[in-house]
Design a protein around this ligand. Structure first.
Ligand code: FAD
Length: 355
């Protein structure tokens, strides 16, 4: 099956849907190809106890407020899936679920988008594939020798999978802190938390709302002149969501400096001591999922594709949306992706009008 359209959006998570909302407003013809068989992007794969770090009214995509979740200040992951499912339907966005894009190629004046469900020719492609499918694991000596279970954040579901076991959680970011807290509060799991650097907790009153305000202030400062406020990173790394706060206050969330090497049955620390463990959970982050763009040869040595806003510098018919601050301030958040999606749709409208 081959088809033509103005824009192919690759990925139907929150970034792809925000793009769809603004492409519709610009009157463009488009399709959204999404590898997942169901709506919700990566939210449908997150662990059971996950809650947002912002209240619902600060976690909305353009056009439609996320309704509050009864009884919860910070909505759970399932609530986000429901919201995105409803969003897709409400705006009648043309999402083809179960459609994985393998490659994007230049083909004369068009970009050819090859999916496992068919081939599309588009004037412009928006890539919005997120990072969830590219889990990152750093090199640690002896890793291959460890005989226990090794999981990444993407595989973690709940403490019930580790009852009676000894677990090391690696990583000093939000995922590491939240998963270590989840396991520690359960009381049935012996948890050790290992971090490369001492964990930096944000003050308790700072949640996603304040982070978004700080990111916005930084963008404005950078737009107005050379001064850089330092942005979100200057405040700390870990949002003290209720579970993290509870575990920290109970003395259950104390990090040890990262161990020196794996052994067959555990970890050996820098001082030579040893901890036997059954499982290791790597909460060590993600990389952007850009393999489908490899044939365009746009990646820099850092692994990113250089952009001006969302537009790829080396290919003006390609936009990248939602991957992180390099594709728009706070663009990897629900509330932050709307603005770069709007700007991208405006630029794409102008480009399509010329072609
Ligand atoms: P995704 O949600 O990952 O969606 C990408 C979509 O693209 C998927 O549906 C996937 O199937 C599809 N796809 C991938 N590759 C292909 C391909 N080749 N072809 C076709 N389709 C493809 N943000 C907040 O605003 N508030 C929070 O509280 C918050 N908490 C977070 C907690 C955790 C643990 C994590 C990991 C992130 C959190 N975020 C939060 C950040 C952010 O909202 C998410 O990372 C968000 O899911 C990114 O959305 P996305 O649409 O870019 O990517």
């Amino acid at each position: 099956m081959t088809q033509h359209t103005d824009v192919v959006v690759v990925g139907g998570g929150q970034a792809g849907l925000a793009a769809g909302y603004h492409l519709r407003r610009q009157g463009l013809d488009f399709v959204i190809l999404d590898a997942d068989p169901a709506p919700g992007g990566s939210w449908q794969h997150m662990w059971d106890s996950l809650h947002l770090f912002s209240p619902a009214e600060h976690s909305s995509l353009p056009g439609r407020h996320m309704p509050a979740q009864p009884g919860e200040t910070y909505p759970g992951g399932g609530h986000v899936v429901d919201y995105l499912t409803d969003y897709e339907k409400r705006y009648d966005l043309p999402v083809q679920h179960g459609s994985r894009v393998d490659a994007v190629r230049r083909d004369g004046g068009r970009l050819q988008v090859e999916a496992d469900t068919g081939t599309w020719w588009a004037k412009v492609v928006i890539s919005a594939t997120g990072t969830w499918s590219r889990a990152f694991l750093p090199a640690v000596p002896g890793r291959a020798a460890f005989a226990g279970r090794q999981l990444h954040t993407v595989n973690y579901r709940s403490p019930a999978d580790f009852t009676g076991q000894r677990v090391i959680v690696i990583g000093g970011g939000n995922s590491g802190a939240q998963i270590a807290a989840d396991l520690a509060l359960d009381g049935q799991v012996e948890v050790t938390w290992a971090t490369q650097r001492p964990p930096r907790f944000l003050a308790d009153h700072i949640d996603g709302r304040a982070l978004f305000d700080v990111a916005t202030a930084r963008r404005r400062a950078l737009e107005e002149g050379p001064s850089d406020t330092g942005g979100v990173a200057s405040l700390g790394d870990i949002v003290a969501v209720p579970s993290v706060r509870a575990a920290r206050d109970a003395g259950l969330l104390v990090a040890k400096p990262m161990f020196a090497r794996f052994t067959a049955d555990g970890a050996q620390w820098a001082d030579g001591s040893h901890t036997a463990v059954d499982a290791v959970i790597w909460c060590t982050g993600f990389r952007p999922a850009l393999a489908h763009l490899a044939l365009l040869h746009l990646r820099s040595a850092r692994g990113h594709i250089p952009t001006d806003g969302t537009r790829a510098l080396g290919e003006p018919r390609l936009h990248l949306l939602g991957y992180g601050d390099w594709t728009g301030p706070a663009s990897a958040t629900l509330i932050g992706v709307g603005r770069p999606a709007r700007d991208a749709a405006r630029q794409i409208k102008a480009l399509c009008a010329r072609n």
